[in-house]
Design a protein around this ligand. Structure first.
Ligand code: GRG
Length: 309
């Protein structure tokens, strides 16, 4: 007789969530959606430059966070996919502008020559501007089966995240801090919560808004995302010291050469690692009430502190 109440060997071992397969599957979905999102047209050069950076790979962490959070809150992948693509367009435009000679002056990004190295500074600026504007058009026109009030909330949140209260503000303070030796952990935290954390938080929260999540759920997911955002940046600073050019797909050790204030320069490597781990533990605690449904977001949080690229 077959006993249906008995646990299989797999269940007995309490098999861990397979993040690699999850990331691979979702990265593939995002790649296909991104490829379809921008159809080449005239003038050919600008579409080519926009697609060059948008389709250059990368972890696709922001779109995946948006999709995972929408799913956790009872929504579908298709409800969140246009926003997921827009998040990646915004992220990519910020990388293109960040790499310009007037900013960080980087030659490599995602293992390829930076946009301005291939197309020139003028086209790279315009490719960034094009991606930014198109991101908003894309969310507004392509989102289906989502009530308009939710969509407007998402569009407003995206706008706030990009502007002076988000990425732009963080980048300005970062530029002003260059070459200064008196940068405190508080200033550094302001820079990173704006430059990096804001877009990660918006990725998670916008997925939840699209799914119609309650204020209470949004507050928990926002806290989760703020914590992983800061941990992500601390790990980024650590990797700049410990990883290779090949692992990073860009020049390693740039912060040290530029004598830039980073978490390891303020706290040392060991304390930085410890702080990142504490933030990740706090992030995971926010999701306890969702049980196994939160496995993807929990595993992504763990990945952030253990990644080597
Ligand atoms: C947004 C209007 C506007 C202007 C841009 C240049 C700028 C203002 C802001 C800088 C933002 C920036 C480059 C922050 C760093 C974010 C970061 C940690 C990038 C690396 O992210 P990963 O590791 O990269 O997710 P991949 O390549 O995997 O996507």
């Amino acid at each position: 007789m077959i006993r249906t109440d008995e646990k299989s060997p797999k269940q007995k071992q309490n098999i861990k969530f397979d993040l690699n397969s999850y990331l691979k599957e979702h990265q593939e979905l995002v790649e296909v959606a991104l490829d379809k999102s921008i159809i080449p047209a005239k003038p050919e050069k600008i579409y080519e430059a926009m697609r060059y950076s948008l389709l250059a790979g990368g972890k696709r962490l922001r779109p995946i966070l948006c999709l995972a959070s929408c799913k956790l809150m009872g929504g579908t992948l298709s409800m969140a996919m246009p926003t997921a693509c827009a998040l990646e367009m915004i992220h990519t435009m910020s990388l293109i502008h960040d790499d310009l000679p007037a900013m960080d002056n980087d030659d490599y990004r995602r293992g390829k020559l930076t946009n301005h190295k291939v197309y020139g500074d003028d086209i790279a600026i315009l490719a960034g501007d094009g991606l930014l504007a198109y991101a908003f058009e894309y969310v507004a026109t392509e989102t289906k089966d989502v009530p308009t009030d939710r969509l407007i909330k998402v569009i407003a949140k995206l706008g706030r995240t990009v502007g002076p209260a988000g990425l732009v503000g963080g980048q300005v303070l970062d530029l002003e801090s260059e070459g200064r030796t008196d940068i405190t952990a508080e200033v550094l935290s302001f820079i990173h919560t704006h430059k990096t954390g804001a877009l990660l938080e918006t990725s998670v929260v916008s997925g939840a808004i699209l799914a119609g999540a309650s204020e209470d759920d949004i507050a928990k997911l926002s806290k989760y995302a703020q914590n992983i955002g800061l941990a992500f940046q601390i790990v980024d600073d650590i990797l700049d010291i410990t990883a290779t050019d090949e692992q990073l797909g860009k020049t390693a050790g740039k912060d040290l050469v530029a004598q830039k204030a980073t978490y390891p320069s303020i706290w040392g490597l060991e304390k930085s690692q410890e702080q990142a781990q504490n933030l990740i533990n706090d992030a995971m605690a926010q999701l306890e009430s969702y049980g196994k449904n939160a496995d993807p977001l929990i595993a992504i949080a763990e990945f952030i502190v253990t990644r080597n690229h």
